[in-house]
Design a binder for this molecule. Sequence first.
Ligand code: AMP
Length: 451
Amino acid sequence: MREDVNEKCAVVGIFGHQEASKLAYFSLHALQHRGQEAAGISSSDGVKLHTIKKRGLVMRVFDEAKLKTLSGSSAIGHTRYSTAGDDSILDAQPVFARYDLGEMAIVHNGNLTNADEVRKALIKKGAIFQTYMDTENLIHLIAKSEKAKLIDRIIDAVHRIEGAFSLVFLSRTKMFAMRDRHGFRPLSLGRLPSGGYIVASETCAFDLVGATYIRDVEPGELLIFEKDKEPISIKVFEPTPKHCIFEYVYFARPDSSVFGQSVYQTRKNMGKELAHVSPVEADLVIPVPDGGVPSAIGYAQESGIPYEMGIMRNHYIGRTFIEPTQEMRDLKVKMKLSPMIDIIKGKRVIVIDDSIVRGTTSRRIIRMLKEAGASEVHMRVSSPPTTDPCFYGVDTPDKEHLIAANKTIDEICKYIEADSLAYLDEASLLRSVNATKDNYCTACFTGKYIV
Ligand code: AMP
């Protein structure tokens, strides 16, 4: 069974606004970087839920006419990421269901670590599943709960699941937002200019719709939104924060604040730390766009070495299908990233990227820079070696495909054909994100899994 279906997603919820689905749509735009495979919105007009979901980018899935059909003053939305090949429309979210209490829709960011066990147990008892999504477990758990009220059924259901979940539920009259006890994935609460509320994976969605940030939904907290009431908070689990440090390294947008801190600032700090721990004589610091930009700025400022845009990124490349020959593969990289020959030629360059996963990107970029005439290419990575896969919602390949799990740093340096290679160490990374206690999950760098 596939286990990789709820990764790298974004969720949003709008409550108490005449054009809730429009605001959800704009928010999903801002969150598009968290998933490009499919998008969906469910709205409630108080009597009925309406859902539209489809494969493709937010802009392609919705238009004015479709949004009009998503009527009502509350809406939840989702953008989905999945690995190539998972193309079932059934696996798009929101997950909608009719059950004995009426109608509900759910959106989910994260990965449930006991999804298979729960699913098998449900199937044994006669449940029929339509999708491969972890989220469908929740629908069944809620529908089968003995409790009378939805709120109690949700609490029942989240006690049966483990792992990472930032969830938003929509019923005909209420909205609920919930984060797992570790707060692996982000979820923030904001106020809309007109007085309603928004919850979203990242605050860049707030900025787009003019909402003001109130606070994060706490790890283990359930928020209930009801008409003409302040949100009610229930502490479902004792919080034991283990925020995903990779949100800062790669995932979140730099203009967002996640886990209460500016992503841009933490990324810049990583670059500054990197300049301290692995200095090298060079003429230029250049980022691998877009991920490496803030840390390259930090590295340049700290080292005094000039920052330049040495690589241009074409933003209009979707999935490319040209693969068969090496020549075509090289062309494909150049379609996305091209060297600024005049800037690079004859120069010793420091290239900064946020992470090396398989190593293929770095190898191609370094070759490209050398072909463009760089005299030396020093690779600096603003996070520690990615040695272990993530089970909490980040799309990482199996250990056998993680280059740092299988090669030493020297061997990686040779493989990517760099003149030198250095990574940020764990302590410096933790300093960059102002970790005060043991409140971050670093399993992708350490293999220390919490759940
Ligand atoms: P690779 O060629 O596998 O080493 O890919 C490294 C590149 O992928 C870096 O430029 C990262 O910014 C980017 N990256 C890191 N993590 C992810 C992820 N979970 N999904 C997609 N891209 C990623």
